[in-house]
Write a protein that binds this ligand. Sequence first.
Ligand SMILES: [Zn+2]
Length: 75
Amino acid sequence: MPLRFNYCPHCKGRIIFRIDIQDINTSIYPAPVYIFHKDDSCNRLSTFYVDSKLRVSYKEIDKKPGGQKTLETIQ
Ligand SMILES: [Zn+2]
């Protein structure tokens, strides 16, 4: 499962999450997946869009339609 390093669009904090091909709907790219920033000072959800290699293409601060899974960030 690849690790991804990025930034939370809410608090701008650094985040790390694991993503697997089974977490996304592979019939559409970039595919949305929900990222929950698990942190006491944030605890908010945003939508990240990934390509077929599970690289983040772009992100939206709110919950957009089309995602099928929520991934929690890891420490
Ligand atoms: Zn955050």
